[in-house]
Design a protein around this ligand. Structure first.
Ligand code: MG
Length: 390
């Protein structure tokens, strides 16, 4: 049966990979709609190649130019931030693949969840800050959420070999970042340059820092809590620097099922689109004899305090996770600008969490208000002369 796909964030790295995957999948998969923020040149190329029926450009400054570039095609052009929501609500959309930076795609995901669509969520923020809301809406409408994050895709794939209630533990693997072997004392002195070197994946500076602090894994714990509706006690993290095993599920009988593959986002993207089928795609095959050894060790939660906090935040739920995410983003910005040290990132997050009182069952507006409160709190704290941070 024909599957019609909408991609939010089609000009980013996940978006462009998703288009390559869809192209290789053949006629059964059709690109119905694309959205981009401001990269109109690439969006126009994608329109010519994939012939979507709808596009959205979320930055209204580019509305005129995109009309000039592609207006002669048989296509409906939506402009402004609401364009993503309009796409998400289209009756024809079977799968909504969201790969938009930050929480910008959240209103569209919530709209699609209400309509019972399959959501393929690539970035962490929607599930971190609004996981419970997305889960509830999906349950009500009979929709589904499929992971595109490599670890969660691995968990989802491994889960297929048993029943939910037979799961003993979910084990997320982590590269551990460049500081995985450092002591609490040694991590005090790491520099910006050291934090921006990542051993396995080539990513933007924000995500690279999140990998060095292991905050990315903290977010993934929260993500897993909602995505799989699992109690936090059943979630665990193991460091696996080679990033070949993307995660594992341990069942009650002691069997551990893992998913392995080359570090390549195309496989999780493809599985989210074709599930429950598996088909041939464009992924490079893994040859174990080329890999040789795989290693594993336990993360030191005294060094990676952000990861420890992540488990607590996943347990608490509510607006705490919003503060956790926003404070981290603001703190990483300060770190990248050279205004604070590496270890201050988690200190700023702790400060914001301590100052915040958690609320459950809040609206999207309240979530977004909490988000801006935490960002401001990071700035205020630094401006009020906490010199000890530098
Ligand atoms: Mg990941």
């Amino acid at each position: 049966m024909l599957k019609k796909i909408a991609i939010l964030g089609s000009t980013g790295s996940i978006g462009t990979n998703a288009l390559r995957v869809i192209e290789a999948l053949g006629d059964e998969y059709q690109v119905l709609a694309l959205s981009a923020h401001s990269n109109i040149e690439l969006l126009a190329q994608q329109v010519k190649k994939y012939k979507p029926e709808f596009i959205a450009i979320t930055n209204p400054d580019y509305a005129k130019e995109i009309h000039e570039l592609v207006g002669n095609n048989d296509i409906e052009i939506l402009t402004g931030p609401n364009g993503m929501v309009e796409i998400a609500q289209l009756d024809e959309v079977d799968i909504l693949l969201a790969a938009v930076v930050g929480s910008a795609g959240l209103p569209a995901l919530l709209a699609a969840a209400e309509k019972g669509k399959r959501l393929a969520i690539a970035n962490k923020e929607p599930l971190v800050i609004a996981g419970q809301m997305l889960l509830e809406k999906t349950k009500e409408s009979g929709g589904s959420i499929l992971p595109v994050d490599s670890e969660h895709s691995a968990i989802f794939q491994s889960m297929q070999s048993g029943k939910r209630e037979e799961i003993y533990k979910i084990i997320l693997t982590a590269s551990g970042g460049p500081f995985r072997k450092l002591s609490s004392k040694e991590i005090e002195n790491v520099t910006r340059e050291q934090a921006l070197e990542h051993p396995t994946w080539d990513m933007g500076p924000k995500i690279t820092v999140d990998s060095a602090t292991m905050m990315n894994k903290a977010f993934e714990v929260i993500e897993a809590r909602w995505l799989f509706d699992m109690p936090v006690d059943k979630l665990d993290v193991v460091i696996h620097p080679e990033s070949i095993i993307h995660s594992l599920v341990e069942f009650v009988d002691g069997s551990i099922i893992a998913q392995l593959g080359k570090p390549d986002m195309c496989l999780p993207i493809q599985y989210a689109l074709t599930y429950p089928e598996r088909v041939e795609g464009i992924v490079n095959r893994l040859r174990l004899e080329e890999i040789g050894n795989l290693t594993f060790f336990e993360p030191n939660l005294e060094v990676f305090r952000g990861l420890k906090l992540g488990f607590e935040v996943a347990r608490t739920g509510g607006t705490t996770a919003v503060v956790f995410n926003a404070a981290n983003e603001a703190a990483v910005e300060e770190f990248l600008a050279g205004r604070i040290r590496f270890v201050n990132i988690v200190e700023l997050i702790e400060h914001c969490l301590n100052k915040h009182s958690n609320k459950n069952d809040v609206s999207l507006e309240e979530l977004l208000e909490t988000d801006s409160w935490a960002r401001k709190e990071v700035k205020n704290y630094l401006q009020s002369g906490h010199k000890s941070l530098i």
